[in-house]
Structures are given as structure tokens and as C-alpha cells.
Ligand binder design. Structure first.
Ligand SMILES: [Zn+2]
Length: 104
């Protein structure tokens, strides 16, 4: 079975980045008429049918096929790291709403 290795996950991330770049270049084009949507870079053959591959509690590699951009499935991608930058922390601190304010 095609389990994800660190190299394959790196390849997947590079492919995602290439796709983003192609699309961003297309979005940045301001003249009219708009050019047709560019073709996405070829999806690497190696990554077809790639599995998550994380070690499960049973000790076997995870077989999930629905994987995110980081190459892991919804169970093994890890938790969100929360706001990392000073700007993000400030934004999160400002995210008070009526609903989250303590009731009087
Ligand atoms: Zn998994």
C-alpha cells in the first residue's frame, strides 16, 4: 500500500504550493479579457492513492486516504497551533463578542 513518507509529504506540499502560485498569478492578472484558468501542475504519480501512514494506537500504519495538505488525515494532522504572530494574538484577543462576554 502507498503509505506517505516524509519525502512524499514534502512532494505533496510542493505540489500544493505550485498550484497556489499558478492560481495567484492568474488572479493577479488585471487586464480584460481575463485569460482562461491556467492548467494546474501535473499531480505527481507517486502521490496517487497515498495513505496517511501515521502510526495508530494498534501500531499499524493509518490507512486513511482522505488527507489534507500536510499529508495526514483528519485524525493525525495534529491540533491547531493557535495564533503564532503578535498580530494574530492581538486579533484573537479582540475576538470578544456579546456571546462570549460574561453574563451579569
Ligand atoms: Zn491518519
Amino acid at each position: 500500500m502507498n503509505f506517505g513518507t516524509p519525502e512524499k509529504r514534502k512532494l505533496l506540499k510542493r505540489h500544493n504550493r505550485e498550484c497556489d502560485e499558478v492560481f495567484e498569478a492568474w488572479q493577479a492578472y488585471e487586464m480584460l479579457p481575463c485569460p482562461p484558468l491556467p492548467e494546474a501542475p501535473h499531480f505527481p504519480e507517486d502521490l496517487h492513492d497515498m495513505r496517511c501512514g501515521a502510526k495508530t494506537r494498534k501500531g499499524t500504519p493509518c490507512k486513511q486516504k482522505a488527507i489534507y495538505g500536510n499529508g495526514r488525515c483528519k485524525f493525525h494532522g495534529g491540533l491547531s497551533t493557535g495564533p503564532r504572530t503578535a498580530e494574530g494574538k492581538a486579533r484573537s484577543a479582540r475576538n470578544w463578542t456579546k456571546r462570549t462576554l460574561p453574563k451579569r
